[in-house]
Design a protein around this ligand. Structure first.
Ligand code: TMP
Length: 223
């Protein structure tokens, strides 16, 4: 069976991964600003929830009212990804844009697979390939920081945005789970060194940004 989504043309797909509160969104915004200033067409996107159908799925996925099992959750994330790929990523890459995504295929491998150990990661890998076809990331930054530091930042972010006392389903999970998530991203990065760049995210925002920028230049991804 093929994915049915056409091959990318000139564009570049870069994904950002990491535990909750690792600072992905801040770093993606800074990078986009710098790339745009350098004259690049940049498309920012995220999962789950980059399309109208995806937004509905995001609400369901993050609502603490529901407690789907790992397989149901996996299928919902994959449905969101398929829409995202078809409606946002494929068109952007086909016209040659640089696409920066906040979470993608590796989040599913880690959250629904590695960290919970209920669905085989090899199955997730196969389903991911089926869903995205040729739209695999060329480069992936893992923003790495200790789970307790990330969770503290995520809590702080919720307080500042007025979401007092309401953590989403994922933030409610135990510290051990988030430590497994961190470990999962590091395992992936170790296995596919050519695609992954692990960034120490437990530093000043500007230092992290410069680190990402240097690695991007080295990779020639923005030339
Ligand atoms: P966010 O807080 O980075 O927007 O991510 C929302 C949550 O969704 C986060 O806890 C991780 C989770 N997630 C998965 O469990 N599997 C996935 O495939 C994706 C994309 C996200």
């Amino acid at each position: 069976m093929t994915s049915g989504i056409k091959k990318p043309a000139a564009g570049t797909l870069i994904s950002f991964e990491g535990i909750e509160g690792c600072g992905k969104s801040t770093q993606i915004a800074l990078l986009a600003e710098r790339l745009r200033a350098a004259g690049k067409e940049v498309v920012l996107s995220r999962e789950p929830g980059a399309t109208p159908l995806g937004l509905e799925l995001r609400k369901i996925l993050l609502d603490p009212v529901y407690s789907p099992d790992s397989l149901t959750e996996l299928l919902l994330y994959l449905a969101d990804r398929r829409e995202h790929c078809r409606l946002v990523i494929a068109p952007a890459l086909q016209r040659g844009a640089l696409v920066l995504v906040d979470r993608y295929v590796d989040s599913t491998w880690v959250y629904q697979g590695f960290a919970r150990d209920e669905v085989e990661t090899s199955l997730i890998e196969r389903l991911n390939r089926l869903v995205v076809g040729d739209f695999w990331p060329q480069l992936t930054f893992v923003l790495d920081c200790p789970a307790d530091r990330g969770l503290e930042r995520a809590r702080q972010r919720n307080l500042e945005s007025g979401v007092v006392g309401v953590a989403d389903r994922f933030e409610q999970r135990h510290l051990d789970f988030h430590s497994r998530v961190r470990q999962g991203f590091l395992v992936l990065a170790d296995v596919a060194k050519e695609r992954f760049r692990v960034i120490d995210a437990d530093r000043e925002i500007a230092m992290i940004h410069n680190d990402i920028w240097q690695k991007l230049i080295l990779q020639d991804a923005v030339s």
